[in-house]
Write a protein of this length. Structure first.
Length: 359
């Protein structure tokens, strides 16, 4: 089985922190992109390959014509064996996901919607360059339920200059959201946010403050029956993101669209060009992982989630490393039936633990 990712690289405007391959383009250009995208999918025809999840991400899939989205999903269903219980997700911005669009998505086969809420503080939303308000975010969630969606996710950002992420989560839980992703605000090169921070125009919370807020959020969500199944992801029972979980557990996936990545589940990774000129010529980059690189990836991804990694899946043993045994003895790493997991108490320092293990 495998997952399929479809990249929709269009937005109505660019947020100050965004470093993704996303662009503002007119409908004619979008139509040209979708024409090429559908050809790309058709040319990668694997009718016997079972697909367990499909994810339309961006960019902002909800800012383009819903007809293009539905057509692309139909192309995938024609080219692949999509399982009857496949998880099919679409990312939406609250301001561009109307009730009619959400109904169209649901009727076409989408059964999960993920809203880029980021914050329920209107001042912070304006600061970030988001186009929606708190009221619009909550209205979009309500519209998703009216359209027939039960599996609804919301993204939140940690590390904002102001706001109360725990209170935001409380409101989202009351709204009926079943999954929450809480990501750290990243200050990326080439973004307006980077310039604001470096010039002193914007002061972000300290790392200690952000970690404290992360821990409070984690405690709150767990008290409300949300399982932390990955460092940044929390879900009620039965509502884990199957698609993202497949990434973290090293399963095969295909990516279509500008800059999209694919992985064969073993050692080969390939990606489409991240600029339109090269993408429209079909240019791809191919990377073959070495055994040690694959081991590092399995350790890094496995320790980020509750699946962990199997010791016998590694090409080289780490059980002889003194630091590995120390982590096991100290209860930082937990071992059960040959599977190694990171004790969730140490999620907030996972990066340093992982670096020590793969060094």
């Amino acid at each position: 089985m495998m997952g399929i990712y479809v990249h929709i690289p269009f937005c109505e405007s660019k947020c100050i922190y965004c470093a993704f391959a996303s662009f503002v383009r007119d409908e004619n250009f979008q139509a040209r992109y979708f024409e090429f995208l559908n050809k790309e999918i058709k040319n990668c025809n694997f009718p016997d390959r079972e697909v367990a999840s499909i994810y339309f991400g961006g960019g902002t899939p909800s800012c383009v014509s819903e007809k293009q989205i539905v057509k692309t999903l139909q192309t995938i269903k024609s080219a692949f064996h999509v399982l009857p219980d496949a998880e099919i997700t679409i990312e939406c911005n609250p301001c561009s996901a109307s009730l009619e669009k959400l109904k169209t998505y649901h009727s076409a086969g989408f059964n999960r919607v993920s809203f880029g809420v980021q914050s329920l503080n209107d001042k912070m939303l304006k600061f970030l360059g988001r186009r929606h308000t708190k009221a619009q975010a909550l209205a979009a969630i309500e519209n998703a339920k009216r359209a027939g969606f039960d599996n609804i996710s919301a993204d939140l950002l940690l590390g904002l200059p102001k706001g109360d992420i725990q209170n935001d989560a409380k409101i989202l839980l009351r709204s009926g959201v079943k999954h929450i992703s809480a990501y750290m605000l990243q200050v990326e090169d080439g973004t307006p946010l980077k310039n604001m921070v470096e010039s002193g125009k914007v002061k972000l919370p300290s790392d200690d403050q952000t970690v404290d807020n992360y821990q409070k959020l984690t405690d709150f969500l767990q008290k409300n029956r949300f399982l932390q199944y990955e460092i940044s992801n929390f879900a009620l029972k039965g509502f884990k993101s199957k698609h993202n979980f497949a990434y973290w557990t090293g399963q095969a996936y295909l990516g279509f669209g500008l800059g999209a990545h694919s992985f064969d589940g073993k050692y080969k990774r390939f990606s489409s060009a991240d600029n339109f000129e090269d993408y429209f010529t079909g240019k791809q980059n191919v990377e073959k992982l070495s055994p040690s690189q694959r081991d590092e990836e399995m350790i890094m991804l496995g320790l980020r989630c509750d699946a962990g990694f199997r010791l016998d899946a590694l090409n080289a043993s780490i059980s002889e490393k003194p630091i590995f045994n120390k982590y096991v003895q100290d209860g930082i790493l937990e071992m059960s039936d040959g599977v190694i997991r990171l004790n969730s108490k140490y999620y907030n320092v996972s990066n340093s633990i992982i670096l020590h293990l793969i060094d």
